[in-house]
Design a protein around this ligand. Structure first.
Ligand code: CMP
Ligand code: CMP
Length: 318
């Protein structure tokens, strides 16, 4: 279902059935969906969208078309925003509220994750023309921003075709992802966003709640830890424990262990990272879990060698 919207020129319904062809250079004469907003709404919308990975690689004109097309939706506790198996109508960005992700398989429903006041969902059915892969249930009152299917496909899919060209070779070269099928690697490209950090900028803070996974695309990242096993004098000092370069990853530990970030990460010079949210990490990187777990054993050995204990990994935080 397409939301009733003010459409700048004519109707959008005929666009629904059009197959998307990324190579077809579309003239920007397409009808645009515009939901007028107050300044206050626009501010809230911009805040909610500032970390949305699918929007990270859009140019300014594309982003402004996306923001124009978005509409507000308030939800009540227990409301189903999406039902598994339905056709995809909208993509949603969370402004606030808690939402359970429920997947039914073999006649059993299981809560596989939760969105906590930020993030986005509902992209899969729109990207791949498949039925909704999960049910999303609000567990509190909440507010969402929706983006209709037509605008999503016109802008985000076009951008994804460009992203595939840009990142295909790089993603193929990432050692962690070598065991994946080519199609699985492309699904990773579809949902990642690129973030740029300046020299000295903190990418991850030790003790924080974790929601993202990072692959270094260019530059250098240093990992520092404030260890609890050090003497009082040294305890407040961060000690460098690792460096990550192009093709290497970090930020997986807290997602795998469900614990706070075990260390901090800083940019050394300008750094570009490809970033994936925790839901995509869990959905797409299952086949790489053994490699990551093996590497976590190395972290433990390293911390024991440096501080005489790996307690910081059992009980991370400040
Ligand atoms: P879509 O299939 O369009 O609708 C349900 C959404 O739930 C899906 O897009 C994803 O955005 C989101 N989601 C989060 N985690 C999962 C998961 N493990 N499996 C499927 N969908 C998920
Ligand atoms: P995470 O705990 O999510 O955030 C900090 C990251 O630093 C961590 O994931 C690892 O990816 C990375 N890291 C690198 N070396 C170590 C180490 N020896 N101990 C803990 N984390 C490390």
């Amino acid at each position: 279902m397409v939301q009733v919207a003010q459409v700048v020129a004519g109707s959008v319904s005929h666009l629904l059935d059009r197959a998307f062809n990324p190579d077809e250079e579309e003239e920007d004469t397409e009808q645009r969906v515009v939901h007028p907003k107050t300044d206050e709404q626009r501010c809230r919308l911009q805040e909610a969208c500032k970390d949305i990975l699918l929007f990270k690689n859009l140019d300014q004109e594309q982003l402004s078309q996306v923001l124009d097309a978005m509409f507000e939706r308030k939800v009540k506790p227990q409301e189903h925003v999406i039902d598994q198996g339905d056709d995809g109508d909208n993509f949603y960005v969370i402004e606030r509220g808690l939402y359970d992700i429920v997947v039914a398989k073999d006649n059993q429903s299981r809560c596989v994750g939760r969105y906590d006041n930020h993030g986005s969902f509902g992209e899969l059915a729109l990207m791949y023309n498949t039925p909704r892969a999960a049910t999303i249930v609000a567990t509190t009152e909440g507010a969402l921003w929706g983006l209709d299917r037509v605008t999503f496909r016109r802008i985000i899919l076009k951008n994804n075709a460009k992203k595939r060209k840009t990142y295909e070779l790089f993603i193929e070269s990432v050692p962690l992802l070598k065991s994946l099928e080519a199609s699985e690697r492309m699904k990773i490209v579809d949902v990642i966003g690129e973030k740029v950090y300046q020299d000295g900028e903190r990418i991850i803070s030790q003790g924080d709640k974790a929601d993202c996974f990072y692959i270094v695309e260019s530059g250098e990242v240093k990992i520092l830890i404030k260890s609890k096993t050090m003497t009082c004098k040294e305890a407040n000092q961060e000690v460098e424990i690792a460096r990550c370069h192009r093709g290497q990853y970090f930020g997986e530990l807290a997602l795998v262990t469900n614990k706070p970030r075990a260390a901090s990460a800083y940019a050394v010079g300008e750094v570009k990272c490809l970033v994936m949210d925790v839901q995509a990490f869990e959905r797409l990187l299952g086949p790489c879990m053994d490699i990551m777990k093996r590497n976590i054993t190395h972290y433990e050995e390293q911390l024991v060698a440096m501080f005489g204990s790996s307690m910081d990994l059992m009980d991370p935080g400040n």
